[in-house]
Design a protein around this ligand. Sequence first.
Ligand SMILES: *Cc1c(COP(=O)(O)O)cnc(C)c1O
Length: 345
Amino acid sequence: MKLDEQPRFPLARTPTPLHDAKRLREALGGPDRCPRILFKRDDLSDLALGGNKARKLEYLIGDARRKGARAVITTGGKQSNHARMTAAAAAIAGLKAALVLTTDEEAPEIQGNLLLDRVLGAEVHFVRGAESKSGAAAEAEAEKVIQLMASFEADGLRPYFIELGGSSAVGTLGYVDASRELTKQLLEPGYEPTRLYYASGSRGTQAGLELGAQLFGASYRPIGIAVSDGEPEKRDHAVRIAREAAELLGVVANIDPEQLITDQGYYGEGYAIPTAAGIEAIRIVARSEGVLLDPVYTGKAMAGLIDHIRKELIDPGETVIFLHTGGAPGFFAQSAAVLSMMEST
Ligand SMILES: *Cc1c(COP(=O)(O)O)cnc(C)c1O
């Protein structure tokens, strides 16, 4: 397969650690009730405080450079981790970065990722819309992107557009490569995990994990916990970009939409709206492992895993992986909601 022949720009510090979260297992009832839980720490991928986007951006920035781009444009919610990491990647590659961010507030607080976007030197453009609903501000966003593309083009900057969350065929290669890394890491300790839990948003991670699991003969099934609505469009998107990525790699892959698992039970009222179960999960993991999850993505994913364990959907004899995709910088923009919910769980 042509993975090592794809244009790639080094941004992530890999391999990221894999470790046994033993104290979390104890906190969830011990080996009689809880499977072994391995943490795959993509929150430690570096690139301005880490997260899963670092892996996608290695291929996206590689592609942008190959095409002679001097600027990148991307979109997201106002607390987008992807936008922050794109700003960092652009800084390293010497590209201009423009971020089109959706916000439901007149004047969003310059905190968390939004603060870091500024520090990293990105140009930030806001569009108004509901962040919690997938695609709510799609039109205003598309209009702004088209306008920026044209103006950068006129300035001779050759803009490269990066899809929401970096979830394109090229971005998908990041989690194909991560699957190679992970399956290799599992060999020496001899773990044979049955499931890999992760927070699922724009689906590039899903596409890469699904394709990668097939290509590298993984023992586990990827189990996405949705952090936002948008079915069935998002599933179709995952299938499309996974198939396109397979084409880039010159391999035949069987991506069956019916086989993709994305549990819709844990996102609550919508994207970026904290849930009590997510806050409880953050608290349990922080106080057992000293590892920080976030209220938008990884807390909700961990809430899904904990609930599946409590409902005895996972045999305690199994080993599962929890892919920590990052997100902690967004925490600082949610302090009031987190504190009030922490009191009640
Ligand atoms: C973007 C993101 C995800 C979701 O990844 P997708 O590829 O968009 O599905 C999960 N966790 C964090 C912290 C993220 O920033």
